[in-house]
Design a protein around this ligand. Sequence first.
Ligand code: SF4
Length: 205
Amino acid sequence: MLQQTQVKTVLSYFQRWMVRFPTVQSLALADQTAVLKQWEGLGYYARARNLHRTAQIITERYGGEFPQTFEHVLALPGIGRTTAGGILSSAFNQPWAILDGNVKRVLARLVALDRPPARAMDRLWALSEFLLDPVNPRDFNQALMDLGATLCTAKNPACLICPWRSPCAAYNLGTQSELPMRESKGPLPHKVIAVAVIGNDQAQV
Ligand code: SF4
């Protein structure tokens, strides 16, 4: 539910969802229409279908227990690298890095990344892995996400109360408001067209 959606929006949906589908088995057995109905208004309905299918896979293939290896979690519908890392670190305290939108912004500022994050994904993943606390990965990832959501915000980051102010390259360079760099939009397309008006000798066109 939290993919692409803020906690405050998700909260009431999550509570109603847990009443309607209190166990992974109850979700797995539900009709897809009932699942989509419960999701109504939250948007990105592929997430509901993926969650439903995932519940069925967990029930059928894993005996109702959520898998705990990265490869198995990554293979579930709708789960990419950062969601897999987020689940494994948050639910099982396993040392997997994350790189969601907020984390990309924090890390891009931390090293004053000289290009848009989309062009430096390997570097950002390596940085997230390098920084990860292997002893407390759950707390570390949560803190990193919270930093991005509350202090290192897209506009007006609160650098003066940020715990990473001292090592932050963007803060030290005074470029935090300009980072992360955006993809430059290409020039507007320029097209040459010809228009002809044909008339007859009665001045009709
Ligand atoms: S010092 Fe500012 S720019 Fe750097 S990580 Fe903290 S909030 Fe973000």
